[in-house]
Ligand binder design. Structure first.
Ligand code: MG
Length: 394
């Protein structure tokens, strides 16, 4: 049996005049350094894993969309003079790729706070009501909890309105592609898809959603959305700390390489690889923080492949494994214990090299050289040791 596709369409051709801003509201940032509204909305749809494709419909002369980070979303320049025209023109463009019974969810670009769980419930409900012929689709909606009254233009209450059974209709709205296309071809004077469907004689079911699924329309909405998103990010933030330690013997006839930088000295560190004690500690700190094992597991010292290996390459391989799990480095702090030579003059080069290997700003990397006051193997110049602490976030 053919699997029915589920796709999303995000109409984003509006100019959002109620926002009184110099850019259309979907291109306003939720907070400094954060995503634009449309980026947050589209990424949420993509991250839900519910859609075979996510289409973003913008106007022909939109000059902002190409600056957005919308990952795998497909951009179509099918914007029209109203939301209904935009959705209609988008469906006309993509319908040939899909079956008429495939499900399309139309979602406002300015609703970045919709819950993925609510979208899942919507898809399930839309499929169920279509299968049972109870309705032709479903929409997310919020029951009205305030007292409702009709008010005249001169601000006088003219009518009590019972809130029983009243809902505020939100998005996404889920319908069969074929049904919605026909309904919109007949009627583009509507403000949402459910109105077109109902006016075309279809029944539409409602799925309760979280009241936080607000549409950012006015400046106050943006402030509210910003606070909610920052709270969500804060509670979802995963921080991990990792500790790395390494030591190597000092011998004659070997290069001394610390933090990937070759340093003039009478002795060098001995080991299977280039024995860069600092990079080894750093590598283990990163792997440890991410729960990705350790340097000895990834690069065994009895494997001929790693004989005299460049530790910078080992670090980069380990770091890319950690990054693939979604981690970013907040900072790295290291202690290098070496009696001689003096390390401080080489510090800028060492820090710059570590930062460049990890692709971060040098301000996130700290290396503190210590002598050991002639105590222990480091103090007696038998070897060097290094410790590193890494803080990761995702
Ligand atoms: Mg080592």
């Amino acid at each position: 049996m053919d699997k029915n596709h589920v796709i999303a369409v995000v109409p984003a051709a509006g100019i959002g005049s109620r926002m009184q801003a110099s850019v259309p509201k979907q291109y306003m940032r939720l907070f400094a350094g954060g995503p634009c509204i449309i980026e947050a909305t589209v990424r949420l749809l993509l991250n839900s894993g519910l859609f075979d494709a996510v289409f973003v419909a913008v106007s022909k002369d939109d000059g902002w969309i190409q600056q957005m980070d919308l990952a795998k979303a497909q951009i179509l320049r099918t914007g029209g003079q109203s939301r209904a025209h935009t959705v209609l023109q988008t469906l006309e463009a993509i319908a040939p790729q899909y079956g008429k019974n495939d499900l399309v969810l139309v979602h406002d670009a300015a609703r970045p706070l919709v819950c993925i769980e609510d979208i899942k419930s919507l898809v399930t409900k839309a499929k169920a009501v279509r299968e049972s012929s109870q309705a032709s689709g479903a929409v997310l909606a919020m029951p009205v909890s305030d007292t409702v009254k009709r008010v005249s233009p001169d601000d006088i209450v003219t009518e009590e309105v019972s809130r029983d059974g009243l809902y505020r209709i939100a998005t996404p709205q889920a319908f069969g592609i074929g049904d919605l296309l026909l309904a919109l071809r007949d009627n583009t004077s509507v403000t949402d898809e459910s109105s077109a469907m109902i006016q075309a004689g279809h029944k539409v079911a409602v799925v309760n959603c979280q009241p936080t699924n607000i549409k950012i329309t006015r400046p106050a909405d943006l402030g509210f959305a910003t606070k909610l998103i920052q709270d969500q990010q804060h509670s979802a933030m995963d921080l991990r700390v990792g500790l790395g330690y390494d030591s190597h013997r000092l011998v004659a006839g070997r290069k001394l390489i610390l933090g990937g930088v070759e340093i003039e000295h009478t002795l060098g560190l001995d080991g299977h690889s280039d024995a860069d004690v600092l990079l080894h500690a750093i590598t283990d700190a990163l792997l440890g923080a991410a729960g990705c094992g350790n340097i000895g597991i990834l690069f065994p010292d009895n494997d001929p492949a790693f004989k005299d290996a460049d530790s910078a390459k080992l670090l980069q391989a380990a770091w890319s494994k950690v990054q693939q799990d979604g981690w970013v480095l907040i900072n790295m702090d290291c202690v290098l214990v070496a009696e001689k030579p003096k390390i401080n003059p080489h510090l800028p080069a060492i820090v710059a090299n570590i930062a460049s290997l990890l692709g971060v700003d040098p301000s996130r990397i700290s290396v503190k050289p210590k002598t050991n006051e002639k105590l222990g193997f480091e103090g007696q110049q038998l070897g060097m040791s290094a410790r590193a602490v890494a803080l990761l976030q995702r």
